[in-house]
Write a protein that binds this ligand. Structure first.
Ligand SMILES: [Zn+2]
Length: 536
């Protein structure tokens, strides 16, 4: 029984990182189905960290299962906290009885989940598990109602691939961290290895194979090798390093979840067993080779657009053993040569640079109402989200570059700009659009010199470092001269195409340019028209 429109939704996240990443398409679907609802994710700490700044979620509540929510009294305390929130609906992506008990005791009137663990009587809508299981992402989408229990679409709405978000600041911090470990700058791809797997040794490719592959990648591709893993996986990292001729860098146990994400994002290629980090790399669009042994790829392969799976098919797979009781043929038979060939193929793709579209903010995507110092003063021009979606669908990176000297002038704090940009990403997410990067200059020449304030090229250089961008094939769109001059910020090496929009100060800018006898690459009525011009 629904007593009022759904205003507040609780999503209980899965407890494993890989499962949580595979649940992100269902969060995207939920966001679009319930545009005006507040969506709150309840997750244990390591999973909660994945969702910082995720635009499909309004808020994350942490389930401190080892802290204040520990044991039965802790669970009761958590249910009181949830009750206080007055949720209208709960989606239980975690399959245990406990999740259903929590939602029930929190008095959430609509409780949706799989009929598992004897909890059917606690749910108001339940789905039975299918055998064979569909892909895990589809199983979560079935709860939201985007697909049926077999994973077939029931709606015109498209399924989105999993995605996670890492900020430009986090990437820079990751590069600084790698530098502090002694990882050299310069030529040669950065390749991450993930040789562990939490479930057991059966899912692990052999350490001596990783070692031989690393040496070959260093010798033939001038690669720099990073070995990732949890604290409990340091031993396997050290075993690999001991068998190598060349040096590699061990990150196992040295990173938080956020740092792990940012370090993976800096890699040109990630080579991983079937594990949480495999799903992270996929959701961050990092080119990847997934090494599959005994597990069922149909249910858990990340299958993102930049993922390549290699597998030695054997009769005994898939099996459910944590440790192989025989001679581990699925993994011993997956040769170094096979993986090296796959790596070569992936690296040749990675080095292809893509044209991007750089957008100005105030006056281009939103009305310029002077210094925007409260979130309610921020609205998008009609058609902005739809225009950005058209670029997203073509796989063209969309990057926002904005001067916000109001920070240097003391009109609002830098943290406000961060909040506003998360709000902007959420507005776009509701319409199925996203920005691949946001770069802000918070300086003003009266207070401090910088090389990032437009028309200087600092923000462009940072974006080229973060995304593989061919600047000379790219476009810069804006309403002010300083936006258009950005096209020449890297001249004479690379010059982009500038497009003036007549919104914001665009009309005055056009007159000014005409007086000076200058002209932009193109002139458009608004952003939508500018993007049509780019795509035609
Ligand atoms: Zn600056």
């Amino acid at each position: 029984m629904i007593s009022r429109p759904i205003q507040k939704i609780l999503v209980r996240a899965p407890n494993w990182i890989g499962d949580a990443v595979m649940a992100t398409p269902s969060l995207t679907a939920l966001r679009r189905f319930h545009e005006s609802a507040e969506i709150v994710l309840l997750a244990k700490p390591s999973v909660a960290a994945l969702f910082e700044q995720h635009p499909d979620i309004d808020r994350v509540m942490t389930y401190e299962d080892l802290g204040r929510h520990r044991g039965f009294s802790g669970l009761w305390r958590l249910s009181r906290e949830l009750k206080h929130e007055q949720f209208d609906m709960a989606f239980l992506l975690q399959n245990a009885l406990e999740a259903a008990l929590l939602a029930f005791f929190a008095g959430i009137p609509n409780r949706v989940g799989y009929a598992t663990d004897g909890r059917n009587f606690l749910l108001t809508r339940s789905i039975r598990k299918k055998n064979p299981a569909p892909h895990r992402s589809d199983a979560y989408l079935a709860l939201i109602g985007l697909v049926d229990a077999e994973g077939d679409s029931t709606s015109a709405e498209e399924k989105c691939p999993p995605y996670l978000v890492v900020s430009s600041q986090e990437r820079q911090a990751a590069r600084d961290f790698l530098k502090s470990l002694g990882v050299p700058d310069g030529e040669g791809p950065l390749i991450g290895f993930n040789p562990g797997a939490a479930y057991g040794t059966a899912k692990r490719w052999l350490p001596q194979y990783f070692a031989a592959l690393a040496d070959q990648l260093i010798e033939e591709k001038q690669a720099k090798i990073l070995i990732f893993g949890a604290r409990s996986e340091i031993e396997v990292a050290e075993t690999i390093l001991k068998q190598m001729k060349h040096p590699a860098f061990i990150l196992s146990g040295k990173t938080t979840v956020r740092q792990l994400m940012a370090c993976i994002k800096t890699c040109h290629l990630f080579i991983s067993n079937d594990s949480g980090p495999m799903h992270i790399a996929s959701a961050l669009s990092v080119p990847q080779i997934a090494l599959f042994g005994p597990t069922n790829a149909a249910a858990t392969f990340s299958a993102g657009p930049f993922d390549l799976m290699v597998q030695n098919k054997v009769d005994c797979a898939p099996c459910r053993h944590r440790h192989c009781p025989i001679d581990h043929p699925c993994m011993t038979g997956l040769s170094v040569e096979t993986v090296f060939t796959a790596a070569t193929q992936q690296l040749s793709q990675t080095h292809k640079k893509k044209a991007a579209v750089f957008l100005d903010r105030d006056g281009t995507i939103n009305p310029d109402t002077g210094y925007i110092d409260t979130i309610d003063r921020f609205t998008l021009f009609p058609g902005t989200a739809a225009a950005i979606t058209r670029l997203n669908k073509k796989g063209i990176p969309v990057i926002l570059v904005t001067n916000q000297s109001g920070v240097a002038r003391g009109f609002f704090p830098e943290s406000f700009v961060g909040h506003l940009h998360l709000y902007l990403q959420r507005l776009l997410a509701k319409k199925g659009a996203y920005l691949n990067g946001i770069y802000t200059c918070v300086h003003h020449p009266d207070f401090s010199a910088c090389n990032c304030r437009k028309p200087a090229g600092g923000m462009i250089r940072q974006a080229l470092l973060d995304h593989s961008i061919d600047f000379s094939g790219s476009y810069v769109v804006g309403d002010k001269s300083s936006d258009l001059e950005l096209a020449k910020a890297l001249a004479p090496e690379e010059i982009a195409t500038s497009i003036l929009v007549k919104t914001g100060e665009g009309t005055q800018t056009l007159k000014k340019l005409e007086r000076l006898g200058k002209s932009p690459g193109a002139v458009a009525e608004n952003l939508s028209e500018a993007i049509d011009w780019i795509l035609k």
